[in-house]
Design a protein around this ligand. Structure first.
Ligand code: GLN
Length: 462
């Protein structure tokens, strides 16, 4: 579209669809200001932009000028950022409309969107289940067609895991592909903004817009924006590795069937498929759950009641101010992570936990390099060990919750790009398959995803 009346119509239609999706508790922005902002944005949008008039919802841990940025936390209730994320600025420069802020686990810590102070988000097709997390609000909105794409964030799978559970596409770019400026920090060496979309193309074109250099983030690589590949006719010439550690004997049989079918389709498309070993995979979840909390405990020290958001009573002295603000402002999962992180970084435990985890992270990254050095172009795995689980099921068992990230945290630890796309249904619930690519070779990964997406019966039982 390039006509202002079309952009306005698109804004109105998006506002209507977002109202209809209200029951999911996926969007944290109240309806009236959201509608008003969408209309204002449509009037101001750049008609020549490649995303002109496209509504894109944004996870609530990414700073926007239009709306509050709460990170799903009470400690940032009503917080309005004085600046916006580079990814958001790039979307707006391309003519996209920021379609509200999406619900998420508090500070993106979680795998179910149940750890939000603002209530859980419902699974789009079964309200007794979770949409995954932490970008569950973004995934649910895309799944019901309220927006064609949404931004999420990944520290350990938070875009791909909800994409898998909700039946949409989720892309986590290479670390450094997209600026982190304005993404509220969780685990800075792992964090990347990612995209959820209705299709590979919708997600990929948003990714290409938000990618590329940014002088405001020194960890963002000095590269041009990602160029989108064409949809390939076949996968001739591609070598796809199947890491055996991602297909353990006790893998859910339906997940295995869906993956087997997808692998067969890749072969029919002309790809060569071979088994590979990533021997340190078993250590990925423990490694991640040492490093991510360690970085979080440091990053979240800034919420002290003096600088951001509300101040809970602590008039007695400054220590009381910290104690009450942090004690009342953070939810139980965030407090657990801060305690864990502080513990593994404390002198006496640093060598036993934090240093060991850093060493293991290097070995996990080396596993991937070894596979790619042996001629494999990309890897295919399940995205999640099961389809959407019941709300409440893992809430009191943090380790069970952490294990739902088993197939996704590895790409974050190694800094690699990965994409989840729907590959079938299990008892009516969506399930995703994942390609993991080589650093900064998103184009190859997208080609494989385009080709598989065209042939895989994504809405059929596996
Ligand atoms: N589920 C993981 C966690 O709780 C991943 C979160 C994320 O990627 N933001 O830490």
């Amino acid at each position: 579209m390039s006509d202002p009346s079309e952009a306005l119509a698109s804004a109105k239609a998006a506002a209507d669809r977002l109202v209809k999706a209200k029951r999911l508790n996926a969007c944290l922005t109240p309806t009236a200001p959201l509608r008003k902002s969408l209309l204002t944005q449509a009037q101001a949008a750049h008609p020549s932009g490649v995303l002109y008039g496209m509504p894109v919802a944004v996870k609530d841990n990414i700073c926007t000028l239009e709306f509050t940025t709460t990170c799903g936390s009470k400690i940032l209730e009503a917080y309005r950022s004085p600046y916006e994320a580079t990814a958001v600025a790039k979307l707006k420069a391309a003519g996209a409309l920021i379609a509200g802020k999406t619900n998420c686990d508090e500070f993106a810590m979680g795998s179910s969107t149940e750890h939000s102070t603002y209530g859980r988000t419902l699974h789009p097709f079964d309200k007794t289940r979770v949409p995954g997390g932490s970008s569950g609000g973004s995934a649910a909105l895309v799944a019901v067609g309220a927006v064609p794409a949404a931004l999420g964030s990944e520290t350990g799978g938070s875009v791909r895991q909800p994409a898998s559970l909700c039946g949409v596409v989720g892309i986590k770019p290479t670390y450094g592909r997209v600026s982190r400026y304005g993404l509220v920090a969780f685990g800075s060496s792992l964090d990347q903004i990612g995209v959820l979309g209705r299709s590979v193309h919708d997600a990929a074109r948003v990714l290409s817009v938000i990618s590329g250099r940014d002088p405001k983030d020194s960890t963002c690589e000095d590269r041009d924006p990602l160029r989108l590949p064409n949809v390939p006719e076949s996968l001739q010439g591609f070598v796809i590795g199947i890491p055996k550690e991602y297909f353990p004997a006790d893998l859910d049989p339906a997940v295995r069937r869906a993956c087997d079918r997808a692998i067969r389709l890749c072969k029919e498309l002309g790809a060569a498929v071979r088994e590979v070993a990533l021997p340190h995979t078993a250590y990925a979840v423990p490694t991640y759950y040492i490093l991510a909390p360690a970085e979080a405990s440091s990053n979240l020290a800034r919420y002290d009641g003096a600088r951001y958001g509300p101040r809970f009573d602590g008039s007695a002295d400054v220590r009381a101010l910290y104690r009450t603000t942090r004690g009342e402002g953070f939810g139980p999962e965030v407090r657990r992570r801060i305690l864990l992180g502080t513990y593994v970084l404390s002198s006496g435990y640093y060598d036993a936990y934090y240093r060991k985890a850093q060493q293991m992270r290097a070995l996990i990254a080396q596993d991937f390099r070894n596979a790619f050095d042996r001629g494999v172009d990309l890897l295919f795995t399940p995205t999640t060990p099961s389809p959407a689980f019941k709300a409440g099921e893992k809430l009191d068992d943090p380790v069970a919750m952490y294990l739902s990230d088993i197939f996704t945290v590895t790409a974050n630890l190694a800094g690699l790009p990965a994409i989840s796309l729907p590959i079938g249904r299990v008892k009516g619930l969506p399930l995703g398959g994942q390609f993991i690519g080589q650093a900064f070779l998103e184009d190859e990964m997208l080609e494989a995803a385009y080709a598989l997406e065209r042939v895989v019966p994504a809405t059929e039982e596996a």
